[in-house]
Write a protein that binds this ligand. Structure first.
Ligand code: FAD
Ligand code: DLZ
Ligand code: SF4
Length: 510
């Protein structure tokens, strides 16, 4: 008999590990302490994943498969994937273990030892849910000086014939980002997000997570995520019908108390297998052809999935394991406590952290330009920042989280992903949001106790990293501006920065 292991983020009937499944084979799914606590995942993320796993196991059983499902609180549960595979091997006559390659390097390294330890062959099959294999990405990357997403994306468009005509990209351009940076008007009325009802399975999981993960970050209530493929498809439909048309215009916009904006909120479904990337791309492309959404919105959305998502996964497998420990800017400040409590007077940070706590979600520009930008200019330790991002979001797995954090926000990879650090001062946050209007700090003030901390931290970052960044051609303008600053101005920046971090060290509210 073969044992087929399905991980929590492998909830697709099309998994390579199920490709030739026989109804006599045994399918193992298990809720284990090791996976749920290697970082202390947000409570809502655990509820989502355990409930989605239990629903998927039910689907497999209904389809006639022999499923062994190990509950978290089963007294026999050994607490690890390896332990659960070994336990079944002792109880049954199993001649091969089959699994689809996991999304995280640490688990792949572990699985590659399993065969020796249990004395049975372990076949690790490729994860063919992605649109670019790790081998194809490595070939694309070979001999390139710069691994820029835009060129990768164009090749993916051509490979899959997405938004293409015989003469090239539909509309004549590959990228409509220039149209996608509108500031939000005052009276924007954002549609309500998808809202699934809680069933008995989710109810049980909520009780379990409340009892066993009380010390983990975040709120369970309200819980509205879909936990089945049908639910995830409904959420996708709702996005295409109600939000996609505006996705482009307000992609970079942030509004106070509007955590969901015009984003799709499907990342958590894609990453655990409830949705497939091609079906999301096809739905959006069809909406364009039917005249339901403009090209800037559809191209922008498709670029995120066909471009960014595949690209970051390619970078992850190309650069691991070294990527995880890279710290090109030698950043070493500890993550301030307010990343956990939201107890800060910086309104933008308070909003984004509060929403993250509440929803296990923040949209891209909040992750990038508020939470990430602060981490970059404050010089926070990449390891701590990575751990935070990996545990707080329901869509976070290391293959997608790490390149976004170490590459996109922190420049810890020294420029593998981004050609320059994405640092910005308060003016940018004010341009793209209405957060500054209700802030105790003033985005127009550059120094002193009322100044927006992003303003002086930005220049301190530029100054502090001069030896590493001055040579970057895209930073030339910044260093010219810095060089023109008076000594008094530079002293004021340093003093404000010192005061700010001293206040944090003294547990004062900043
Ligand atoms: P939308 O804005 O509607 O975009 C549609 C889809 O495109 C997303 O669901 C996602 O699958 C894909 N996508 C968009 N941007 C990216 C990107 N930069 N990288 C990979 N896929 C992308 N995404 C994750 O899935 N998991 C993470 O752990 C994660 N961590 C991030 C950390 C930082 C610091 C930053 C800047 C971005 C991170 N992202 C991550 C990317 C992006 O922010 C999320 O995919 C997105 O916010 C999810 O919300 P959504 O489904 O509403 O996405
Ligand atoms: C994220 C997660 C959590 C919280 N719990 C489990 C679990 O109990 N069992 C399981 O099979 N998978 C879980 N996962 C997802 C894994 O961490 C994920 O498969 C790996 O990180 C590889 O991407
Ligand atoms: Fe954030 Fe500065 Fe604006 Fe306050 S003033 S919301 S700290 S950018």
């Amino acid at each position: 008999m073969k044992l087929r292991l399905i991980l929590g983020d492998q909830l697709s009937l099309s998994m390579s590990s199920l490709a030739d499944a026989d109804k006599d084979d045994m399918i193992l799914m298990c809720e284990v302490r090791e996976e749920a606590t290697y970082v202390k995942h947000h409570k809502k993320k655990i509820v989502f994943l355990f409930s989605a796993m239990r629903h998927f196991a039910q689907t497999l059983k209904t389809d006639g498969f022999n499923v062994q499902y190990v509950h978290y609180d089963d007294p026999e549960n050994t607490g690890s994937l390896r332990g659960e595979v070994a336990r079944l091997m002792n109880e049954h006559s199993i001649d091969e273990v089959i699994v689809t390659s996991p999304g995280e390097h640490r688990l792949l390294m572990d699985m590659q030892q399993w065969a020796d330890e249990i004395g049975t062959p372990v076949s690790i099959r490729p994860d063919d849910r992605f649109l670019c294999t790790t081998e194809e990405f490595a070939t694309w990357a070979t001999d390139r000086k710069q691994l820029r997403m835009e060129y990768f994306y164009r090749e993916m468009r051509q490979k899959y014939g997405v938004l293409m005509t015989d003469d090239g990209p539909i509309g004549g351009q590959w990228n409509y980002d220039a149209d996608n940076r509108k500031s939000p008007p005052k009276n924007l009325s954002v549609p309500a997000p998808f809202h699934a009802e809680i069933d008995a399975i989710t109810e049980d999981v909520i009780t379990l997570v409340t009892d066993h993960f009380a010390d983990h970050f975040g709120n369970i209530d309200p819980f509205h995520f879909a936990v089945t493929r049908d639910g995830a498809l409904q959420a996708l439909d709702m996005f295409v019908d109600e939000r996609l048309a505006m996705f482009g215009d307000y992609q970079d916009a942030m509004i106070q108390d509007e955590p969901w904006m015009y984003h799709s909120h499907i990342g958590l479904y894609l990453n655990c297998g409830l949705l497939t990337p091609l079906e999301c791309i096809a739905r959006a492309e069809a909406a364009y052809h039917e005249g339901d959404a403009p090209l800037n919105a559809v191209e922008g959305f498709i670029r995120q999935i066909l471009g960014w998502r595949e690209y970051v996964r390619g970078i992850y497998w190309l650069k691991m394991p070294d990527y995880k420990t890279m710290n090109a800017l030698d950043a070493n400040r500890s993550l301030p406590e307010f990343y956990w409590t939201a107890d800060t007077q910086m309104n933008c940070m308070r909003q984004c952290i509060t929403e993250t706590k509440q929803n296990a979600y923040a949209h891209h520009i909040q992750r990038l330009m508020v939470l990430g930008n602060f981490a970059l200019i404050a010089g926070l330790d990449p390891e701590q920042v990575n751990d935070w991002y990996l545990l707080v979001y329901a869509d976070a797995y290391e293959w997608v989280e790490l390149p976004n954090v170490s590459g996109m926000i922190l420049f810890a990879d020294g420029g593998v992903m981004a050609s320059k650090p994405y640092a910005a001062s308060g003016a940018y946050i004010n341009k793209m949001s209405n957060y500054c209007g209700s802030c105790r700090y003033k985005h127009t003030v550059k120094n002193g106790p009322n100044a927006c901390p992003f303003n002086y931290l930005y220049w301190d970052f530029i100054d502090r990293n001069a030896d590493k960044l001055r040579g970057n051609p895209r930073m030339g303008f910044m260093y010219k501006t810095l060089d023109r600053m008076s000594d008094d101005k530079r002293d004021a920046i340093r003093m404000d920065t010192d005061r700010f971090f001293k206040q944090i060290a003294a547990d004062e509210k900043v």
